[in-house]
Design a protein around this ligand. Sequence first.
Ligand code: MRU
Length: 331
Amino acid sequence: MDIITIRLSDNKLIMLDQRKLPGEISYYTAKTKEQVFYAIKEMVVRGAPLIGVTAAYGMYISYLNGDKLQVTADYLAKARPTAVNLTWAIDKMMTAYYEERDLLDQAKAIHQEDVDTNFAIGNYLIKLLGSKRNILTHCNAGILATTKYGTATSPFYIGKEMGINYKVYADETRPRLQGASLTAFELMEYGIDVTVITDNMAAHFMSKGLIEAVITGCDRVAANGDVANKIGTLNVSIIAKYYNIPMYIATPTSTIDMSLESGKLIPIEEREPWEVTSRFGKQTTPDGVKVLNPAFDITPANNITAIVTEKGVIYPPFTKNLRELFLIDSD
Ligand code: MRU
């Protein structure tokens, strides 16, 4: 099956319902801003770049419905707090609106930019990995988190077309299991060698020398190179550093938030306790137990080997090199 995460058809937004994967292929249709908000908040769609593309089309649909666009912008921006791509895409749509440009063209441009960006990231990562073939990833920063290739998974897809076959270890990624149910699903659909491990197995396999590099996506990069990504990424980064395994963050520049000095300022989403207290339709904890459920954590810049963007590979010192990237960009 060719995975298509999102498409606009007859001014309706059709999204692959990721809550049902891998068992069921079904689609959620949004015709209103409320339905778009629901799709993002309840994780019908998820992953930073895809959240951005969804919001862009959502703004367009809302415009067609005759809504006040600034109201929609403020409303959709509250759907999820951590991935900056949400407000990045909404701001781009608002700029197009105020400049009286075509909103559909702008939404399609954001969509196409995602495809081109991920292709570029994949090529940079293939070069960086060199002869390394055994790669661990956490959460899902794949096709399902984007519209094509994924960010962290892009070298696997592009590599396969070039005859390079990676062996991917996918962390299960509690509590929502994006690694087990999404990353494993999409890689298998495209014939890529994937092995699921539970989150607490990563150190074991790193200690045995089975993992040569870690690649994850991210939801927001601060100006100093601190990175917010799925809860558990911090653990992986600490273990990788201990075993001298390179830790690469694959990200579009739209995920870099130069307005935040450090990761301490990145808002971390706290999700519902049920994600932790039950699984597979069964309660797994005692009634009334206290629960904490942050959806993301912050990996400090000094645990990161390189940040791989569509504009190139950024190495430490990140504060200096990120600033330079954005200065060059605004020239
Ligand atoms: O809560 P999710 O599933 O939206 O979290 C997704 C991640 O943490 C991804 O790694 C990140 O958004 C990058 S996607 C290319």
